[in-house]
Design a protein around this ligand. Structure first.
Ligand code: ADP
Ligand code: MG
Length: 380
């Protein structure tokens, strides 16, 4: 039994005096390539992280829900009348899952739910989708609900969009639900068709080193809204449903103001890079994947202008220290960098980035191996 499974089980016993009926887990995720393409009906390629949320749960007979977060050391109890969209607090991610299931016509019995997670909160690794998708798996099993994986992801997204009130795309929940070990999930954000693409890095003598720069900028939401607005304006000018539909980039650029043109160039070339990355992975061509990652970073830096000092430094340093390629991942303005590194060079690359950060007074980055892991599942 893993440490977190044990922790969830122990905490469940402490809370209820009984054993849980089951343990479920769902992972955080990271996007290998395809940034800001999701809201342009484009392509993304996330994979599930080893870090995951673990849920120990059992039904109750009184129709109420008790949620405990071991990590926050908080317990909250809700009745049916308390399931109100827009309610604040961490428990809304779980209450939102109950609500979304109910909205979809499912009957959800009361339950005791104990949660613990090693997905860092707010680091862009989607700790929120991890707890939603783990809870959804638990509620589905406890209530005997037969729900397809993609439908589960959509319900978890509804919890986050309509109940918590965070306007996110399907990427996080799809990755947390659908991913399988040693694969990335190629997801078409127009119709949500998906395919598992082999990403067996360790088998190829490689690792994906994740560098959490621990820089988070407060203006991210405003910048995100501005980028979305630029994409919508460009689609309107070009007369296409979404930037996904731009087929002739040069012709499009000739019709757009300079700044919006650069935003469009990022989206169009990034979509192409995702398709190329999928082809490279199908062919086991990891050097090509590395090149595409670094090209993606340059595009985010120069055209989409969503990087900043720390992620740029991490990418440049990782590549100089031997990485096959590196890029920022996530919405931008800080967060995490992924570097594709030969297994024997992991320590040297991590040390080089840490030293460069110290030199530039950027604090201490956190590094870990992002081994492509399994999506939501029942453990016991
Ligand atoms: P991200 O998904 O990038 O980590 P979000 O802001 O979307 O960041 O989600 C973080 C929120 O999810 C936290 O503020 C908290 O409300 C909730 N959350 C995530 N993990 C836990 C946990 N282990 N215990 C309680 N709440 C959690
Ligand atoms: Mg989130």
């Amino acid at each position: 039994m893993s440490v977190l499974t044990q922790q969830a089980t122990d905490a469940f016993r402490a809370l209820t005096g009984n054993d849980p009926e089951g343990i479920w887990a769902a992972p955080g995720r990271i996007n290998l390539i395809g940034e800001h393409t999701d809201y342009n009906d484009g392509f993304v390629l996330p994979f599930a992280l080893p870090q995951a949320a673990y849920v120990a749960a059992a039904p109750r007979t009184d129709g109420r829900w008790r949620f405990r977060s071991v990590d926050l050391d908080e317990t909250v109890e809700l009745g049916p009348d308390d399931l109100v969209p827009g309610s604040p607090g961490w428990q809304s991610y779980l209450a939102g899952v109950v609500w979304a299931l109910q909205q979809a016509g499912h009957t959800v019995a009361g339950a005791d739910v104990v949660l613990t997670s090693d997905v860092p909160l707010g680091a862009g690794l989607s700790s929120s989708a991890a707890i939603e998708c783990a809870a959804l798996a638990a509620f589905a099993d406890l209530n005997g609900l037969d729900i397809e994986p993609l439908e589960r992801a959509k319900l978890a997204r509804t919890a986050e969009n309509a109940y918590v009130g965070a306007p996110t795309g399907l990427l996080d929940q799809a990755a947390s639900t659908l991913c399988i070990e040693d694969h990335a999930l190629f997801l078409d954000c127009r119709d949500f068709a998906s395919r598992q693409v082999p990403l067996a890095v360790t088998g190829a003598g490689l690792e994906i080193l994740v560098v959490d720069t621990r820089t988070r900028h407060s203006h991210v939401d405003g910048e995100y809204a501005a980028r979305r607005a630029s994409c919508e304006e460009a689609s309107r000018i070009l007369g296409v449903p979404a930037l996904r539909d731009v087929t002739d980039l040069d012709a499009a650029l000739a019709r757009l103001p300079e700044l919006i043109g650069r935003r469009v160039r990022h989206i169009v070339t990034e979509n192409a890079r995702v398709l190329e990355a999928v082809a490279a992975l199908d062919a086991g061509d990891y050097p090509r994947l590395g090149e595409l990652m670094t090209a993606s970073h340059a595009s985010m830096r120069d055209d989409y202008e969503i990087t900043e000092t720390s992620v740029d430094l991490a990418v440049v340093t990782a590549c100089a220290a031997g990485a096959l390629g590196a890029r920022m991942t996530g919405g931008g303005f800080g967060g995490c960098v992924l570097a594709l590194v030969r297994a024997e060079q992991v320590e040297q690359v991590a040390a080089a980035v840490t030293a460069a950060f110290a030199e530039a007074s950027l604090g201490q980055p956190v590094t870990f191996l992002g081994r492509p892991s399994a999506g939501a599942r029942r453990l016991h």
